[in-house]
Design a protein around this ligand. Sequence first.
Ligand SMILES: *[C@@H]1O[C@H](CO)[C@@H](O)[C@H](O)[C@H]1NC(C)=O
Ligand SMILES: *[C@@H]1O[C@H](CO)[C@@H](O)[C@H](O)[C@H]1NC(C)=O
Ligand SMILES: *[C@@H]1O[C@H](CO)[C@@H](O)[C@H](O)[C@H]1NC(C)=O
Ligand SMILES: *[C@@H]1O[C@H](CO)[C@@H](O)[C@H](O)[C@H]1NC(C)=O
Length: 367
Amino acid sequence: MSPPTRVAFIGLSASAWWAAAAHLPYLKSSPDYEIVALCNSSVEKARAAIEKFELGRGVRAYGDVEELAKDKEVDLVVCSINVAHHSTAIIPSIKAGKNVYVEWPLGHSLADAQSLLELKNSHNITLANVGLQARQAPLISKVKAIIERGGIGRVLSSTWAGHGMQGGGDVSEGMKYFLDAGVGGNFWTIHVGHAVDYVQAVLGYGFTTPPKTLLQTRRPTLKITGKDGSVVDEAAKMETPDTIFLHGTLKSEVPLSMTFRTGAPFPGTPGLDWRIAGEEGEIRITAGGAFLQIGYEDAKVEVVRGGKVESFKMGEFGEEEIDGVPFGNVSRVYRELREGRVNCSFEEAVELHKVLEEAWKGNGYPV
Ligand SMILES: *[C@@H]1O[C@H](CO)[C@@H](O)[C@H](O)[C@H]1NC(C)=O
Ligand SMILES: *[C@@H]1O[C@H](CO)[C@@H](O)[C@H](O)[C@H]1NC(C)=O
Ligand SMILES: *[C@@H]1O[C@H](CO)[C@@H](O)[C@H](O)[C@H]1NC(C)=O
Ligand SMILES: *[C@@H]1O[C@H](CO)[C@@H](O)[C@H](O)[C@H]1NC(C)=O
């Protein structure tokens, strides 16, 4: 067996829920990977995280991304921090020739993502991955397989309706950065961005012409709530869209319509309701929320054909699902990387950034 891939992690911290829940369990348990270094804003903070997550004494602590980049005993740098700081964090490692795995969105703007792509190419980085891992989700593969075996006949159209869960009047402190138009991480780029990708993973990539969009901020301010539920800001300025409509025709000729709004769905209705209508049947995908890249215990795929409904729930999507929510799909990314496969590439991520930024600007939001 070849030695494990040596990983340096940027953004594994006590407060960063996603990295600890999604990346850490796989990295700690897989014989193919070994966390050898951690980087935070200071060596002390990195040490504290190494201790908290029991990564072992041998793990090197860095307080500076430039120092981390100099570490020759690192094969892969994983970056899971606020998107506003992605490029600052990974540029030194790319320049040092290291492979990288960066969470989606790749950059805080299209230009930022494009410059990372150029840098990655000019330094001949072989593995540069962006975390749009819903692509690898068993549910997505299941839906693709149903369509490919002709389960609903020729696809006629698709509609997608998602809810933000958060943002219906208030958001938690950890998501406060969503309100800031300059950050690049918000309901449009994160909630809808992931969905625009996984919908295309099923129905085919690319729009014939840029999709038509309506992006609006209907609540000018939001309440910010602390961990204990107390209000820490009564009226924080909301600068990013909370109401989103997108429609266009995919290169696969399928007309697609997506609607999203922040806040909870109507009681008793799902947070995600995605339909794919075919000549001979229809697929309905429902889940607690829109984030299939994380996964939901209650996610369900239903297929109707000739009046007969077939239903698949988690565990029945036909692929290995041993890993559990939410880290299963991330572990698939790591497994593919280990085999030298990148899914999604920086090139593909830049294509998604183009769609999102064109709509963002077209609706009067500042770049
Ligand atoms: C550093 O650690 C702090 C505290 O745990 C955390 O809030 C922050 O996100 C971390 N930053 C990085 C770059 O890991
Ligand atoms: C990348 O590869 C090209 C072609 O093989 C080579 O000319 C160039 O020097 C390489 N760049 C780096 C930074 O290694
Ligand atoms: C990404 O993963 C999905 C699911 O396994 C697969 O269908 C698709 O072909 C992959 N794309 C690439 C570029 O490997
Ligand atoms: C993400 O991974 C988990 C664990 O494998 C899985 O149960 C969940 O369904 C996945 N998401 C989708 C959309 O399949």
